[in-house]
Design a protein around this ligand. Structure first.
Ligand code: NA7
Length: 541
């Protein structure tokens, strides 16, 4: 056979190729099957689960209430599944997603260990050609990315990292085999949501734990608890109400802002509201607080001062407490890690906090970490150093649209999308949780986005259309909305993945308009309008 004939004989063809078998990919597969499409899901891991497959670090769990996080599309699934905790631990969530895959017989269309290397649009054939790392090729009319918004882990750019001779793990690439900490000298670098969950768990058994903190975050109590069978029955009976509430709140959480402003109430009342929120489960203190805490500096200072007082009360050594209190950003302007006795960890004799603003890391050595002050010896280094968020997973695939245009290059100054679903110049590339989609309580957004994409494909199928592309004008229009909806947010003035900053990635050192920060209901209203008007803001052909 000629090389070309051989390539085509080895190429499997589908109506749709989905990249990723996490929460988005699984549900998208199910919905496209309902349309009668031939679908292949390509999954880099060896199991379903996505985020919950990769992030198996100790202490990993939801920060959204379990019963607001699961899929809502199937009454039967809701009836048969029991959550054992208000905030499900990772092993249970992974079991849940495996259960979903089995229950809906999804595995037969999923190829595991299939990491996508390239994807190229062929205008003449109106198809995407996808190449896997193992060299196999597949083609599909539609290419649907279900690759997650926080799925490209990044390691710190610290000299000598490769030279360390002990164990080292990134939280998002945690081994499947059990990792034990007893008697070990363990380092954790990073104090974001993953770092906080890891630290509070590792501190329980490690011989000695050293936390390397560059920027402290404002953390608030999770207040997790077990769910008994009777309570689960009561939750089941309320599912309609729970999902209806998620559908109307700003970010699809069960919590919604107090309509009052911080200084509309007396000092005593304000303190009482803060106390109540601090004592309640979940993200209420962040997204269910007074309506102006994320936009008004004085209001933000009030809640920041309240949480700072809590930290001082919980950490015995006043010098350590001060190090744990953020000084360069206010409460809620970065993702608030939810914690369980996190601050008390620093009262333990086996735990030490190293403030990298005072003594920066100079290098990683064969035996540990060298700061400007001294050498620390370790058996294990845990990198809780986060992700190349929002666009990183896209950048790691060589995606080429019309005329060979590279998506990575196209987005090099910041991504530009139409509702997060499409980017101009990339026909039939449909993104689930693409940049500038509403995120929030992510599964709620996933279900909406999958249904929207399914609606578009169904619409095209019914009319014999085979090509969809967002024109530049539609992208510009949506980006204007994204810009307007982010105006006035204090978070804009702070570096974090919210503003597209990751100092470990070349070219991602400065703040950009990285995400849509308007409300989820407004996002859905806009996307529903597009569908109701026959997708005329897309070029269909
Ligand atoms: P985050 O929130 O991005 O946190 C990463 C942490 O790692 C953060 O504390 C960083 O400090 C720290 N970091 C990163 N690079 C370095 C270097 N080079 N040196 C020292 N410290 C470093 O990631 P997570 O995984 O915790 O959470 C991501 C999201 O996943 C979370 O918001 C949830 O939605 C789920 P920095 O703050 O940059 O100074």
């Amino acid at each position: 056979m000629t090389p070309a004939a051989e390539a085509s004989a080895n190429t499997a063809d589908f109506d749709a190729i989905i990249i990723g078998a996490g929460m988005s990919g699984l549900y998208q597969l199910l919905r496209l099957r309902e349309l009668g499409l031939s679908v292949r899901v390509l999954e880099a891991g060896t199991e379903v689960g996505g985020t919950w497959y990769w992030n198996r670090y100790p202490g990993a769990r939801f920060d959204s209430e379990s019963y607001s996080y699961g899929y809502s599309f199937s009454k039967e699934l809701l009836v048969e599944w029991s959550w054992s905790e208000h905030f499900s631990p990772q092993p249970e969530t992974l079991r849940y997603l495996n259960h979903v895959a089995d229950r809906f017989d999804l595995r037969r269309d999923i190829e595991f260990g299939a990491r996508v290397k390239t994807a190229a649009w062929d205008e003449a054939a109106r198809r995407w050609t996808v190449t896997l790392e193992n060299g196999r090729r597949l083609t599909g009319r539609f290419l649907i990315t279900a690759i997650g918004a926080l799925s490209a882990p990044t390691l710190p750019r610290i000299p000598g990292r490769e030279s360390f001779r002990g164990e080292s793990h990134h939280t998002a690439e945690w081994p499947k085999e059990e990792v034990r900490f007893e008697g070990k000298r363990v380092a954790v670098i990073g104090t974001g949501a993953s770092g906080v969950q890891t630290i509070q768990e590792v501190a329980k058994t490690a011989g000695h734990l050293t936390v390397f903190q560059r920027t402290p975050n404002w953390c608030a109590p999770l207040h997790n608890d077990k769910i008994g069978e009777a309570e689960m029955q009561a939750i089941r009976a309320r599912y309609d109400e729970i999902f209806a509430r998620c559908a109307e709140t700003f970010a699809c959480f069960l919590h919604t802002p107090d309509p009052r402003k911080t200084f509309e109430v007396s000092d005593a009342e304000r303190e009482a509201v803060f106390e109540k929120l601090y004592a309640e489960r979940g993200f209420g203190i962040w997204v269910g607080n007074f309506s102006d805490i994320l936009t008004d500096k004085r209001a933000n200072a009030a809640i920041s001062d309240f949480v700072a007082r809590k930290i001082r009360a919980r950490v015995k050594d006043p010098a350590v407490a001060e190090k744990l209190i953020p000084k360069n950003h206010g409460f809620g302007t970065r993702r608030v890690p939810l914690e369980t006795r996190y601050y008390e960890v620093y009262n333990q004799p086996n735990v030490e906090l190293v403030d990298l603003t005072e003594t920066p890391i100079e290098r990683i050595t064969e035996t540990g970490i060298r700061t400007s002050a001294r050498d620390h010896a370790f058996d294990m280094i845990i990198y809780a150093t986060g992700f190349d968020a929002l666009t990183g997973a896209f950048d790691r695939i060589d995606i080429r649209g019309s005329g060979g245009r590279s998506l990575k290059q196209h987005w090099s100054g910041g991504a530009a999308t139409f509702l997060g679903f499409q980017s101009a110049g990339f026909p039939n590339l449909l993104m689930l949780l693409g940049p500038h989609t509403a995120l929030g309580n992510i599964p709620r957004s996933i279900e909406y986005c999958v249904d929207w994409v399914t609606g578009l494909i169904g619409f095209m199928q019914a009319r014999g259309l085979s090509r969809a592309e967002a024109p530049v004008t539609s992208v510009e229009d949506w980006m204007r909305t994204v810009r307007e909806s982010s105006a006035g947010l204090l978070a804009n003035e702070v570096s974090s993945w919210f503003t597209g900053v990751n100092t470990n990635v070349e070219g991602k050192g400065s703040r950009i308009l990285a995400r849509y920060s308007g409300s989820a209901p407004a996002f859905r209203q806009r996307a529903d309008e597009v569908a109701a008007q026959g997708y005329r803001e897309l070029d269909l052909g």
